[in-house]
Ligand binder design. Structure first.
Ligand SMILES: Cc1cc2nc3c(=O)[nH]c(=O)nc-3n(C[C@H](O)[C@H](O)[C@H](O)COP(=O)(O)OP(=O)(O)OC[C@H]3O[C@@H](n4cnc5c(N)ncnc54)[C@H](O)[C@@H]3O)c2cc1C
Length: 580
């Protein structure tokens, strides 16, 4: 591996290289961290373990009582990621994600309230804050005296975050902010807002991040939104009317706020992934109880293969998601800087797995599951938001595939630059050209041996390792071919990039599961990982089938017809084939 901190497993994979040192050994929490976590889990259990009725009541009321928010503060839940020097617990990404996971097992609204504060609300302060800003704000954020919110979305700018209209105009030592932020988690309970505004009105606009506090004149928040799920968490508008913000409250550099926002969202994704995994673990437990207790046709429904299939699949989905979420958190803790693609994959994978799990858990409970007195419909409603916020999964798929394509394009650009160089400097030019030709030939034959094979995995996993290597070769070959075919127009080929992204999601999950099982075997022997080996085998085969289908779909598909149908309906405005 060339430069550890700047290497990305998935971006390298799309170029045909398996950077296995990034995966192995699979990260494990340190023993000191395990002790801290055990203590936190114990206190969560005593605080939240018997509150299920309350959580249901707050869901109906659409609000969390102030007294309960005070309890969360007293339990130190707003201090998780703040350094110890500033009064926080100083948890790393792995431990933090694990705490959000545990909270997700009790209640999604609680997990979102704590997560929005730590993952995104004040993450900008941790990543970009000056000494002065950190000293001014972190102690109160740690004690919970101040709760944080992240304010990017506006009525006209959701996925297109660069299109925000909130303005910041410099006036002496201050900036004057005007605008409206929409659907801000913790809006109603926060006093610290990370606000993004345009600091240049030249048409292109440069975004800057600001620390805004509730006590500033002109800051107001709207009523709680009446939502489908996570109803007890606070979601409001945040309105800024001639708010005078000291220049000392600019986060990061003026004009570099888009980068600040993206870095915050990347860093926060392990929290959301953790929450999703926690939700899945709870749903598995609920489903097991339901399947054992419900008797139909004289037998517990757990004895029927259709029910077993659902529960087994939940386990596979949960294990794969957990493996990726922990892997990404481990990368953050080990100081890797290039984990944005992997973090986006962890969000897509875990949030969709949670949604399927919630849906199947409700199906196992069937009629009972549909009733509000049971926990399933709440779990289904709560889990739906995860595919929408912190970047919709569609936008993240575009990001995943296009980032990889960009790397391949860079290599092609190097190639064309060097081909021009062939005439100026034939020897150098020929060297680059022949390297590229060699890579192409290796991809074509699947023989990129020096980096295209695992060497560190436990030998007993050879079958799944080969399956991964073959799929990885096919991915690199497909990325290269797609780019040659579409060139820069690849940006508009969303159905092609979607398939590539789906292949990448499956391959990172398979790599993470392989690494996790291999490390378990190395550390504890083959017998210790018997069941996990079966999960790996099942996931690998399922992933292979999906990868094959996506690869085949790149060339053979009904995309043109489907798009044409959409165009037809978009033009007519309705379904026109009603036969009555
Ligand atoms: C409960 C809740 C809490 C939230 N909390 C916060 C918060 O704390 N802070 C904050 O800043 N925001 C927050 N949000 C906003 C959230 O991040 C946005 O809803 C999200 O980014 C999507 O934006 P949008 O809803 O405007 O959808 P749109 O951007 O309008 O997208 C609509 C649909 O079009 C698709 N789409 C859009 N553009 C493209 C494209 N180029 N190609 C393909 N498909 C596309 C999307 O995937 C989606 O399916 C929250 C939202 C909710 C509902």
């Amino acid at each position: 591996m060339t430069d550890k901190k700047h290497a990305s497993f998935m971006r390298s994979l799309c170029m045909g290289a398996i950077e296995e040192e990034i995966l192995l050994p699979y990260p494990e929490p340190k023993s000191a961290e395990k002790e801290t976590l055990a203590a936190i889990f114990q206190s969560l259990k005593s605080m939240l373990g018997s509150r299920e009725r309350d959580f249901r009541a707050w869901d109906r009321a659409g609000e969390m009582p102030k007294a309960f928010v005070e309890e969360l503060k007293e339990a130190g839940l707003f201090s998780l990621v703040i350094p110890e020097a500033q009064g926080g617990l100083g948890l790393g990404a792995t431990a933090y994600s694990r705490v959000i996971q545990e909270l997700g097992r009790y209640d999604a609204s609680v997990a979102v309230t704590v997560g929005a504060h730590s993952s995104i609300g004040m993450r900008g302060l941790l990543l970009f804050g000056t000494e002065d800003q950190r000293a001014r704000f972190l102690p109160k954020l740690a004690s919970g005296e101040t709760i944080a919110a992240f304010c990017l979305t506006e009525p006209g700018a959701g996925s297109d975050a660069a299109g925000i209209k909130t303005t910041a105009v410099r006036d002496g030592d201050e900036w004057v902010l005007n605008g409206e932020k929409l659907w801000i988690t913790n809006g109603g309970i926060a006093d610290f807002f990370t606000v993004f505004a345009k600091t240049s009105l030249d048409g292109r606009g440069h975004i800057t991040a600001f620390i805004v506090t509730r006590d500033m004149k002109g800051v107001s928040t709207g009523p709680h939104e009446d939502k489908m799920g996570i109803r007890a968490s606070s979601t409001t508008t945040v309105v800024l009317e001639d708010v005078r913000v000291p220049a000392a409250n600019v986060l990061g550099e003026v004009g570099k706020g888009f980068k600040v926002a993206m870095k915050i969202l990347n860093a926060g994704r392990t929290g959301l992934g953790g929450g999703s995994v926690g939700g899945m673990k709870r749903l598995i437990e609920l489903s097991v109880r339901q399947a054992r207790e419900r008797v139909q046709f004289g037998q517990p429904i757990a004895s029927y293969a259709s029910v077993q299939q659902k529960i087994g699949q939940m386990v596979i989905d949960c294990y794969a998601s957990e493996s990726v979420v922990n892997l990404v958190a481990g990368l953050v803790d080990r100081g890797f800087e290039e984990y944005a693609v992997e973090a986006a994959i962890s969000k897509v994978l875990s949030t969709e797995a949670l949604w399927r799990t919630a849906d199947e858990a409700l199906q196992i409970a069937a009629g009972q599951g549909y009733m509000r007195e049971m926990p399933y419909e709440l779990a289904l409603r709560d889990s739906r938001i995860n595919r929408i916020f912190e970047g919709t999964n569609e936008i993240l798929r575009l990001f995943i595939a296009l980032t990889a394509m960009n790397d391949v394009a860079e290599e092609l650009k190097d190639l064309s630059a060097s081909m021009r160089g062939v005439f100026a400097d034939p020897i150098k030019g020929f060297g680059v050209l022949s390297d590229y030709a060699k890579r192409r030939a290796q991809l074509a034959t699947g023989l990129r041996r020096e980096k295209g094979r695992f060497t560190l995995l436990h030998p007993s996993l050879a079958e799944e390792a080969v399956l991964f290597e073959e799929a990885a070769t096919a991915l690199a070959r497909a990325a290269d071919r797609i780019l040659r075919h579409h060139g820069k127009h690849i940006i508009g080929e969303q159905l092609v990039t979607r398939r590539l992204a789906d292949i990448m999601v499956d391959l990172l999950a398979l790599a993470a599961v392989l690494a996790r099982v291999s490390t378990k075997i190395e550390d504890h022997g083959e017998a210790s990982a018997d069941v996990e080996r079966q999960i790996l085998r099942a996931f690998a085969r399922q992933a292979k089938r999906r990868v094959d289908q996506n690869l085949a779909g790149i060339d053979e598909n009904e995309d043109a017809t489907v798009k044409q149908l959409a165009k037809h309906v978009l033009e007519t405005g309705r379904y026109v084939w009603d036969n009555v």
